[in-house]
Design a protein around this ligand. Structure first.
Ligand code: PLP
Length: 382
């Protein structure tokens, strides 16, 4: 089949040629159950929790095409994608490795829930071979990384992590929520399982919670089993909204990339700003070779002000365009302090170990006009 650009795939992939009642847009199949037509296995029965309604199938095909994976599963949230996937390859007595600085909810899940089931974890400060070798154990089964880490925006040596996993027979998982498939395709460097919080850039309008898992058919089959049993399936109406949101994802990402790059550059040179965390800046750390595989770094940046304990609240209250709220990836600029939002479930010690200061500000740069955003940050800094 012809391979189209991501812009074309976002609009057309998965959409059936034969239009339902002539409707250009695929309708919402708002039915929890369907006629039994002799299906013999549980998974084949048409029932919305079993993740197999027309809305799930169309969306799954679109997502698989965008990430260039074999197949995809849509889930009720990003966390459902993460937990269903990890629990498909880990059981009591197993060990996993994960990057140290990742989304707080994922870290909470691994440390606070998995320990109750006898699953051990080692956190990795970087993805060098030396660090990976040091933490590998006889019972290690999975490695989990983020393509751009939340909230310090590090792009680490992802190729090393994927190669190491393959050599050692581990299942490699990557959360590609921040980068989005428009900027980076983890399948291209050999990751087994791609995870998304579709709540963010894939949907792009801050109006649904959804997740996805993309990978080889045998892996996804296993993960689907967990999803059916744990029950975190997306409802058809949210499937419809996500399908619609994805169509403009590549266009939105271009503007997010441009806006964040321009804002990061402006903030980086400002006398009131102590530090900017954005992978596109010189000396931003991480792995330069891996960064070359990205076509952009999305709309995420973090920053710290000088005299942060006194200036942060004042600065946030003076900004006019961004909305102070958790989450990210929507068309509107949002900002939040991870210590009070995305990473508030962690202990102060854990945040310190990850390098997240109490006054770190995470900005999800939206698709507003670039100059409007820079002017607004400038006046708030003054
Ligand atoms: N992965 C990353 C990188 C995130 O930032 C988030 C949420 O912020 C999640 C996963 C979880 O997504 P959801 O809120 O859709 O469950």
């Amino acid at each position: 089949m012809k391979k189209y650009s991501i812009e074309t795939s976002a609009v057309h992939a998965g959409e059936p040629k034969e239009k339902v009642c002539g409707a250009v847009n695929f309708p919402i199949f708002q039915s929890s159950t369907y006629l039994h037509t002799g299906e013999s296995s549980y998974e084949d029965i048409k029932y919305t929790r079993l993740n197999n309604t027309p809305n799930h199938l169309v969306l799954g095909e679109k997502l698989a095409t965008l990430e260039e994976g074999e197949t995809a599963l849509v889930t009720a949230s990003g966390m459902a994608a993460v937990s269903d996937s990890l629990l498909s390859f880990l059981q009591s007595g197993d060990h996993m490795m994960a990057q140290n600085c990742i989304y707080g909810g994922t870290r909470d899940l691994i440390t606070r829930e998995f320990s109750r089931f006898g699953i051990e974890v080692s956190f990795l400060k970087d993805l060098s071979r030396k660090t990976l070798e040091k933490h590998l154990k006889r019972n290690t089964k999975v490695i989990l990384v983020e393509s751009i880490t939340n909230p310090l925006m590090q792009v680490e040596n992802l190729l090393e992590a994927a190669n190491f996993s393959r050599e050692k027979g581990l299942v490699s998982m990557i959360d590609n929520t921040f980068a989005s498939p428009a900027n980076f395709k983890p399948v291209s460097i050999g990751f087994d399982i791609i995870l998304h919080s579709c709540t963010k850039y894939l949907n792009g309008h801050s109006d649904i919670i959804a997740g996805a898992v993309i990978g080889k058919a045998d892996h996804i089959k296993k993960i689907k089993q967990r999803n059916l049993h744990f029950g975190a399936t997306l409802d058809p109406h949210a499937c419809f909204l996500l399908q619609r949101g994805i169509k403009t994802m590549p266009l939105r990402i271009k503007q997010h990339n441009e806006n964040a790059a321009a804002l990061a550059e402006f903030l980086n040179g400002h006398s009131r700003v102590k530090k900017v965390y954005y992978p596109g800046l010189p000396d931003s750390g991480g792995d330069e070779e891996t960064k070359k595989m990205f076509s952009g770094f999305c709309g995420m940046l973090s920053m710290e002000l000088n005299n942060a304990s006194e200036t942060t609240r004042k600065f946030l209250s003076r900004l006019e365009i961004p909305i102070e709220a958790p989450s990210l990836g929507g068309v509107e600029s949002l900002l939040s302090r991870p210590s009070l939002t995305s990473h508030s479930g962690l202990s102060a010690w854990e945040r310190q170990d990850m390098g997240i200061s109490d006054f770190l500000i995470r900005v999800s740069v939206g698709v507003e006009g670039t100059d409007d955003l820079i002017d607004d940050f400038n006046q708030a800094l003054q």
